[in-house]
Write a protein that binds this ligand. Structure first.
Ligand code: UDX
Length: 445
């Protein structure tokens, strides 16, 4: 099937590559000509396991191509997938400007029937607006009879496992009221719908809301656990024991109940705030969502507060080793990363940082530029040299079993502040290290 994908960001590129991999003929469109040019040469703009191979092989096979020309994109695909960004506006609501720009381009250039698929995370009602925008353009061209349908098909991929999430989805949500569009979507996703039925059809608005409901539910689990962690800490309980205790109930489950320093990334923070804004416009009271968001903002400052308390506010002469910058492992993404709140608070307090991250150091340098209070280190051990204490902000696998004796020797004050509860407190104490983590008793050797 011929498919055009508008927007070569995370969602667009991974989805396009997955569709090409199963044999569809995919043309990706982006207004960023430099990005298009780079992709044509096999340079992938994001780090995502397995993506490079998928893009390069399918590009080589001629099934995955890139263009900066929207008209070419509109002509190519019977299915037109919109996967452009929906950045937050000041009140937290999602800005659908880029989505509508693509809709306008489709309406201006289409000369044959199309199925328009909204994959961007958009407020409920956006598909109706896409429909109106395309209709208005067709009216202007006196082509009202040209058929098209707008389908909602939200994306649930996770960074770090985006390729496998796309190749083996848990579910494929399709919002449409048209039997024709339903048949096309079935054909499009048939290669991903093996073994058991993964496609769930519903009306357009429910599909749009499903995406927000899923992300907000997961964010709620995390904020709930972070709140429990703060209670556990004050009561001398260990949240990690509590986590195991409650996760064993299948109604609760072990997933997404890890306490930490707050959720980051391109989706959860933005989507929680966007749904709060949508609800406010609709006149709904959303106290739970507001609390989830507030808890997360507070949680992101927690690691800094632990450091500040321990050093009694005297941070201006201190240097901290920071392990982990990305908002989570297996990505170089630092959007809304808790590490950013930590770094900025440390700098405001006059401290210096020696940072190490397996993937996100270039991204961090791009965000903060050259500054004397930030030194990037080649290895996690190198970050410890001359540091007063160690702070862990991302749970990369390579941080899980460090040489504690070396950590003890390298640090001026032998303390680990662990924002991800990576270690067993006793194991750390044996090496003469003080250990402060989230929602667990402090251990002082
Ligand atoms: C998320 C959703 O999982 C995905 O379905 C959606 O399409 C996009 O948003 P992503 O942002 O890639 O994906 O990251 P995810 O792995 O879900 O983690 C989000 C954040 O929650 C991270 O900052 C992570 O550290 C945090 N988290 C996750 C916790 O603090 N505790 C947990 O138990 C799980």
């Amino acid at each position: 099937m011929k498919i055009s994908v508008f927007g070569i960001g995370y969602v667009g590129l991974v989805q396009a590559a997955a569709l090409a991999e199963v044999g569809h003929d995919v043309l990706c469109v982006d207004i960023d000509a430099a990005r298009v040019e780079a992709l044509e040469q096999g340079i992938i703009p994001i780090y995502e396991p397995g993506l490079e191979r998928l893009v390069v092989e399918n590009h080589g096979a001629g099934r995955l191509r890139f263009t900066a020309d929207p008209e070419e994109g509109v002509q190519h695909g019977y299915v037109q997938i919109i996967a452009v960004g929906t950045p937050p506006m000041e009140d937290g609501s999602a800005n659908t400007r880029y989505v509508m720009a693509v809709a306008g381009a489709i309406g201006r250039a289409m000369t044959s029937e199309k199925i328009v698929v909204s994959k961007s995370t958009v407020p409920v009602g956006t598909c109706d607006e896409i429909h109106e925008t395309i209709t208005a353009e067709l009216d202007r061209r006196a082509l009202r009879a040209l058929g098209f349908h707008v389908v909602s098909n939200p994306e649930f991929l996770k960074e770090g496992s985006a390729v496998s999430d796309c190749m083996k989805p848990d579910r494929i949500i399709i919002g449409t009221d048209s039997a024709d569009a339903e048949a096309v979507m079935r054909e499009l996703y048939a290669p991903f719908n093996r073994n058991h039925e993964k496609m769930i059809f519903m009306d357009v608005r429910s599909a749009e809301l499903t995406k927000y409901a899923a992300n907000c539910m997961l964010a709620t689990k995390i904020s709930f656990m972070n709140e429990m962690a703060s209670i556990a800490h004050l009561l001398g309980a260990d949240i990690e024991q509590v986590r195991l205790g409650i996760g064993s109930d299948p109604r609760i489950g072990y997933d997404f109940i890890y306490p930490g320093i707050g959720y980051g990334g391109s989706c959860f923070p933005k989507d929680v705030r966007a749904l709060i804004a949508t609800a406010a416009k609709a006149g709904a009271e959303v106290n739970i969502l507001k609390a989830v968001n507030q808890r997360n903002d507070a949680q992101k400052r927690l690691l800094f507060e632990l450091v500040q308390q321990r050093f009694e506010g005297q941070l201006s002469d201190k240097t901290f080793a920071v392990w982990g910058l990305a908002f989570k492992p297996n990505t170089n993404d630092m959007r809304e990363a808790p590490a950013r709140v930590l770094l900025e608070a440390l700098w405001d307090a006059g401290a210096r940082v020696r940072a190490y991250d397996p993937q996100a150091m270039n991204e961090c340098a791009r965000i903060y530029g050259e500054r004397p209070e930030l030194v990037f280190c080649d290895t996690k051990e190198h970050a410890l040299c001359g540091a007063d204490a160690l702070i862990i902000a991302t749970e990369w696998k390579s941080f899980r079993a460090p040489d504690f004796a070396l950590v003890r020797k390298a640090l001026r004050t032998p303390i680990i502040f662990d924002g991800r509860n990576l270690y067993n407190a006793k194991q750390v104490a044996v090496h003469g290290l003080e250990y402060r983590s989230i929602g667990r008793p402090e251990t002082i050797p």
